[in-house]
Design a protein around this ligand. Sequence first.
Ligand code: SAM
Length: 410
Amino acid sequence: MRIDIVTLFPELCGSFLHTSILGRAAARGLFEAHCHQIRDYTQNKQRQTDDYPYGGGPGMVLYAQPIADCLRAVQAQCAQQGRAAPHIVFLTAAGAPYREADAKRLAGYDCLTLVCGHYEGIDERVIEAFADEELSIGDYVLTGGELAALVVADSVLRLQPGVLAEAAGYEDESYWDDLLEYPQYTRPEVWEGRAVPPTLLTGDHEKIAAWRAERSRARTRARRPDLYDRWCRTHPLAVPKWKRGEKAQLARTAAQLGQAAAICHAAWQHQRQELCTPEYLAANTPEAFAEALARDRARGWAFYLHTTGDEPDALVGVHRQSGEISRLYVLPQRQGQGIGAKLLAFACKKILADGTVPWLEVPSSNTGAQRLYRRMGFVPTGDAKALDGAPNLPGVPAPALLKYRYSAKE
Ligand code: SAM
């Protein structure tokens, strides 16, 4: 790859590109970098590069002509080398936000030219004439485009084959796959009373990979919900296959409704035990759940019992008319085995078959369920309401009931 930087400070850019990892890679011929002085292309005696803005206002604006001539010289050099015409990027505070996905994309060009502004910016006409795109490295203003161009150059060049020792060096890192990286540790095992997480010392590569993947998702969820949402959309959960002896059947008889109520009771108690007062939990008996299920059935709800062998272990409620799904409960001891995902897919299929869009509500405290919903194509609608007014334990904030709507492509 050939990278060119068009700037008023070529020494500054050049020294960065010839230091450390990039410097060694350039010395090994893994890329070619050229930094061009805009001033060398001026046509006035004073070698002036800027002037007052038309219309008045503070600061100075870079002339179009020296930048245009510098870019023409770069284009000619690339052509002389038999290379493709350079992809030209202007670094501007008003450009499109720069992300790792752009780094990957720009790394695919044979020649990349980065143009740095200064003072108040650059005469718009040269941007219109030459820019393939404008990029901003963040929502803040720098004094010049050099740091921005170096950010782009560094993030693009480290993706060039051979620059990093191993491809995994960047494929595991933050943003590569829309997730933030897991925390890293090195020696000693205990530092100032803080121990390295024990899993990392087991030598069990599968366990370590699972721990890292979980930390990476948890960190992204907490720090960058926007990235996590995108990751969920691009990483749909593969619903596990139904095993032999596993089925979902409509709860018709009183006995089946009783089994359904017992599952609701056990899963609900498990879910709410860290939120609600013991008195409130005790008042919600299996009988109270049975009555609620019977009432809901009269209002058009159908409840499906999931059984593995002969044992009922999960439940889902479907309201085909409105598309609502509720009471997706899995017995605590059967959670984490993919039953929730199977039942949710089952309920969605029933509703979609009627041409209705599935939706559901979930307490904001139930982050595990929300993860499952997102990875199964549900997105938050932004609607939230108070959750059933349950008395919470002291210091526990009242969760809200969040609405999710199915939006995956069929
Ligand atoms: N007047 C411009 C504005 O308000 O958008 C800001 C000009 S800034 C002081 C000077 C130069 O720094 C710009 O021409 C651009 O090259 C560079 N620059 C400043 N902030 C940047 C950012 N966030 N991303 C990329 N380049 C930036």
